[in-house]
Ligand binder design. Structure first.
Ligand code: AVJ
Length: 327
């Protein structure tokens, strides 16, 4: 079955820990200290991100949910106007609560397709393969556990049909604009002419709304950032005292870059294994970028990476966009 077939492409646990360790040491040795937000998502990080998505300040999830809930019929019709012989691949499927609306609409049209949810978490894939048949009994599901591009290649081997690739949740925001362009170009290279991509972008809006979304009053976003220090303590033998760090989000309405930092509240030394890192008073550690876009730059990104814009779908407040691109 799927797990046997794809295990070879998932790095071994020790290798993953070794890469985690190297990345942390590199980041904390830099002149401007940084950590990579992709490491936020251990079990506790997953739980905290769930809490963030339930905060009223964190509008992204609700906006995209509104788009999928209200416009799945139109999105489905737009897909069908381009292809009637396709499979659906979702990169970073999570619990599929948003995409399920679109999958339902596509099934309604009588199309025979397979849904390939891709996730780096094996847990997520196991859960989906269990829960989706209960919610949509007619849906064919084939989970792929591994890195996005490896699994996209796998999907290409398993199916010769046109691909409809879903890239939702605004995850592309965790790339800087040049990184995002590189990601889109790579994505294009793994696809064929006629394939379709639906990709979610968080849009520029009143700066205060954005800052509040990354600084919820209940403190889940703060804990989410601090949790990476806890993870370093647990997995790499660190001795961070998290009470000596503060969460500090920033937003530049010019560039659209929303960046989060942890700030050292005193001069201190922190040990991680055999390494010691010195933190000055108020020294920042750059943790995450959540880039916000305007439609013009999204359109340019599509063109520059070899896609043609088919349609953009917005929530009623125009705070978020799911953009449909054609290869
Ligand atoms: C999962 C990348 C969309 O950047 O908005 C939420 C992660 N970070 N709160 C985002 C996150 C802080 C989130 N994405």
């Amino acid at each position: 079955t799927t797990s046997v077939m794809h295990t070879v492409l998932v790095p071994l646990k020790q290798d993953q820990q070794e890469i985690f360790s190297q990345d942390v040491i590199r980041g904390l040795s830099a002149k401007n200290k940084y950590l990579d937000s992709k490491y936020f998502y251990d079990a506790e990080g997953d739980r905290l991100f769930q809490e963030i998505m339930r905060c009223h300040e964190y509008y992204l999830t609700n906006c995209e949910m509104e788009i999928l809930r209200e416009q799945s019929a139109v999105i489905s019709q737009t897909i069908l106007s381009h292809t009637r012989h396709f499979d659906v691949v979702e990169l970073g499927a999570g619990d599929a609560t948003k995409s399920i609306h679109l999958l339902k609409e596509l099934l309604k049209t009588g199309q025979d397709f397979t849904y390939y949810p891709v996730d780096i978490s094996g847990n997520v894939i196991t859960q989906l393969e269990r829960s989706l048949p209960r919610q949509l009994p007619a849906l064919k599901v084939h989970g792929l556990h591994g890195e996005y591009f490896d699994m996209l290649q796998q999907a290409g081997i398993l199916s010769r049909k046109t691909k409809v690739v879903l890239c939702m949740g605004g995850n592309i925001g965790n790339f800087t604009p040049p990184e995002a362009r590189k990601f889109c170009r790579q994505l294009r290279n793994y696809l064929q002419p006629g394939d379709i991509v639906i990709i979610g972008f968080d849009l520029k809006k009143h700066p205060q709304i954005i800052l509040d979304a990354y600084n919820d009053a209940a403190g889940f976003t703060r804990d989410f950032n601090l949790n990476l220090l806890k993870r370093i303590n647990q997995e790499l033998g660190g001795n961070f005292d998290i009470s000596k760090f503060d969460h500090y989000p920033t937003y530049d309405p010019g560039t659209g870059a929303c960046k989060s930092y942890l700030v050292s509240l005193e001069e201190q030394d922190v040990k991680i294994g055999d390494h010691t890192f010195h933190f000055g008073l108020h020294e920042p550690v750059y943790m995450e970028i959540s880039q916000k876009y305007d439609l013009e730059s999204i359109g340019q990104m599509a063109t520059q990476s070899g896609f043609e814009t088919v349609a953009d779908f917005f929530d009623s407040r125009r705070w978020f966009a799911d953009c449909m691109w054609l290869c």
